[in-house]
Design a protein around this ligand. Structure first.
Ligand code: FMN
Length: 242
């Protein structure tokens, strides 16, 4: 399939064929491809829980309000945001980046590039991702709004802004996953209709983790489970060329 055909093939499927199994390794590979999604500052503050155990599937399905898509799914993937892992991810990235710069940057630029990257991941990332009951976020917001009076400045850095950042990033991974699945003829249905607290408890996630999306997977059974023709508002209504 061409990319256009894949995008047209992907539909939110709410009823999967009970007779058709999925190859776990193939689904795992699609999750791996999802990690190729662009992500904010390459921090990769995400985790993917690939649920194949029938007992756990039932429990997750119940936490997803017993939707038909999860009830009939053959496997389920839970996309999780992990703001709390920012120090660990910064450290891992810097370890990689040191060698990466040595291998790939022009020699005369290496020192400056390393200095910038080290400052970015050692000071800036912990500064914008740290949390303290919302207070650090308020401080960052005031500081950035003040600076923006004099020069362009990112001002969306409160604690709730950073929450949006990790969810945006995770949403891109979820979409990449669904496209990868569609390419091999596997169907999905992105869900936000779930009880977050229950899902977190089932997956033994820490309080700072958040569920971004839950994606039941399977193979469509004819047109059952696809709600008729696809509807999109007229393109002219949402497209502006400037
Ligand atoms: C973030 C998000 C949450 C969604 N939550 C649900 C859900 O809880 N239950 C459901 O049946 N569909 C859910 N959907 C699927 C949408 O209803 C679907 O994508 C939309 O109707 C467009 O249809 P299409 O995906 O077939 O193009 C969700 C989609 C997204 C992107």
């Amino acid at each position: 399939m061409s990319l256009q055909e894949i995008l047209e093939f992907r539909r939110s499927v709410r009823y999967f064929d009970e007779a058709k199994e999925l190859d776990t390794e193939k689904v795992k590979h699609c999750i791996e491809l999802a990690t190729l999604a662009p992500n904010s500052s390459n921090m990769q503050l995400w985790e993917f829980y690939h649920i194949t155990d029938p007992e756990m599937m039932k429990k997750i399905s119940h936490a997803c309000l017993d939707q038909k898509a999860t009830e009939t799914a053959k496997q389920i993937v839970v996309f999780v945001t992990r703001r709390d892992l920012h120090r660990k991810r910064s450290k891992t990235f810097l370890e990689f980046e040191k060698e990466n710069i040595a291998r790939n940057s022009p020699p005369e630029k290496q020192e400056k590039r390393w200095k910038n990257q080290r400052a970015y991941y050692t000071y800036l990332m912990p500064f914008i991702y740290s949390r303290f009951f919302g207070l650090l976020g308020i401080f960052r917001k005031i500081l950035s709004v003040f600076v923006s009076l004099f020069r362009p400045m990112v001002t969306s850095i409160s604690e709730s802004d950073m929450r949006v950042v990790v969810h945006k990033t995770c949403g891109l991974a979820a979409q990449t996953f669904m496209i990868a699945m569609a390419e091999i003829g596997y169907d999905t249905c992105p869900l936000e209709g779930f009880d977050s607290r229950r899902v977190k408890k089932l997956l033994k996630l820490p309080c700072s983790a958040e569920i971004n999306m839950i994606i039941p997977c399977g193979i469509r059974k004819g047109t059952r489970g696809i709600r008729g023709e696809r509807f999109r508002v007229p393109f002219e209504e949402v497209y502006r060329i400037i």
